[in-house]
Design a protein around this ligand. Structure first.
Ligand SMILES: Cc1ncc(COP(=O)(O)O)c(C=O)c1O
Length: 398
């Protein structure tokens, strides 16, 4: 039994199956490098979140906004819209336009971003009903100039962050001052700016980091406690958006996020406040619903390291290199033979183009294909054309 194995991702007679299909067939049909996403898995993840929130004592008031920055593949967005189970968290005018082209209405989209240009504000002003969270006092004023007398959210920064295993690259708040949200010290100035433009602050928003799992839940609750202060300053608040950041296991020793405990912390903090709770997960919905299909290019020992090369580099799935998030390599065919140790590397001329060090895999001499798991979030959406190797295939499975 492999640690990542589950009903829709497992070996059947030595061949890897994903979403009910043989991955050997997928490699032939889709080609490499290629991303395949299981919509069934995305919807299961979404249902699990809704169920945990339903079971917690939140008085039934919650909604899920999918953070589309994680994966904006149009068929996936269209299927999410069809499910009717979530809205969208967007962070650029182009994302809003894309979500609308996939079927979402402007009033199902919440917009949270910073450093917006005049042109960005002009583009956003076309979408009536879009909900705007300002993440700076500048943002409050800019929105107020266009939409005086409307509702607005304020993204706050509680000065405390969270991430998988304390990974600082995934933290948006903490000891170091970041660009995200308004700090306590300036919150009253922010409220005054909103008043100047007749804006009604009806939502407090915070998102302080990504990839957290069960061991980080005590930090999660402390962050929510810190954010209560902001809510207390503002009588008009009816909603709280607690961001995303919910993680999935990347290695065997990762302890999967206990959603019940996560939701119970929300219920403890907000259950009696009469607030509508919004969450905006990206990774949790799509990350473990995606595989990256790869072809082996070479096997060669250099000094004491056996390198296993593949036909794609970190530019099309930057998380392992940028954030030190390992994507477990998994062979398409598996025999129970003695395991070997490989450094799995890509085809980009950069030192950081290493997919996985010391991967324990069966002998890959006879193998032509392998996949990386957890490639459904922040991979294709962050891909670049570095070395002009930015091409890849994408397919949504049922
Ligand atoms: C404001 C905001 N909300 C939600 C998310 C989604 O985070 P995740 O994919 O970790 O759930 C992000 C990610 O960067 C974000 O910046």
């Amino acid at each position: 039994m492999h640690w990542w194995q589950r009903e829709d991702l497992c070996y059947q007679d030595g061949v890897l199956f994903f979403a009910g299909q043989s991955v050997a067939d997928l490699v032939r049909e889709v080609g490499t490098p290629g991303f395949v996403y299981s919509m069934g898995r995305v919807l299961q993840n979404l249902d699990r979140l809704h169920n945990a929130l339903d079971d917690a004592d939140l008085n039934g008031r919650h909604s899920v906004l999918y953070a589309m920055k994680a994966n904006r593949f149009a068929p996936l967005l269209a299927a999410l819209k069809q499910s009717g189970k979530c809205g969208i968290d967007a962070c650029s005018p182009r994302e809003v336009e894309h979500a609308i082209s996939c079927g979402f209405n402007a009033n199902e989209i919440s917009f949270t971003a910073g450093s917006l240009s005049r042109r960005d504000y002009r583009l956003l002003s076309r979408y009536e009903g879009l909900f705007f969270d300002a993440d700076s006092i500048h943002g409050i004023r800019a929105w107020g100039e266009m939409f005086s007398g409307t509702e607005i959210g304020i993204r706050v920064n509680p000065g405390m962050g969270i991430s998988r295993d304390g990974n600082e690259r995934l933290q948006y708040a903490g000891d170091v001052t970041t660009k995200f949200g308004i700090y306590r010290e300036q919150f009253h100035e922010a409220l005054a700016a909103a008043r100047d433009y007749g804006l009604d602050v009806t939502k407090i928003h915070f998102h302080t980091g990504c990839g957290f799992l069960t061991p980080q839940l005590p930090i999660w609750e402390s962050i929510i406690e810190q954010c209560q202060w902001f809510i207390e300053q503002c009588d008009s608040v009816t909603r709280v958006n607690v961001g995303g950041g919910l993680g999935v296991p990347h290695v065997e020793s990762d302890q999967a996020l206990d959603l019940q405990l996560w939701a119970q912390a929300l219920a403890r903090q907000f259950g009696d406040k009469g607030l509508h709770v919004e969450i905006e997960p990206g990774d949790y919905l799509v990350k473990d619903a995606g595989l990256l299909l790869l072809e082996k290019t070479y096997l060669e020992r250099k000094r004491d390291v056996m390198f296993l090369g593949v036909d794609a580099g970190f530019n099309i799935a930057p998380e392992p290199a940028n954030y030190n998030l390992p994507f477990q390599p998994v062979p398409v065919f598996y025999q129970d033979e003695p395991l070997q140790t490989y450094h799995v590397v890509g085809n980009i001329n950069e030192a950081l183009d290493v997919w996985y060090e010391n991967a324990r895999l069966p002998d890959m001499d006879e193998e032509d294909f392998l996949v990386l798991i957890n490639a459904g979030g922040y991979s294709s959406s962050m891909a670049s054309n570095h070395c002009m190797r930015g091409e890849f295939k994408e397919r949504l499975l049922g």
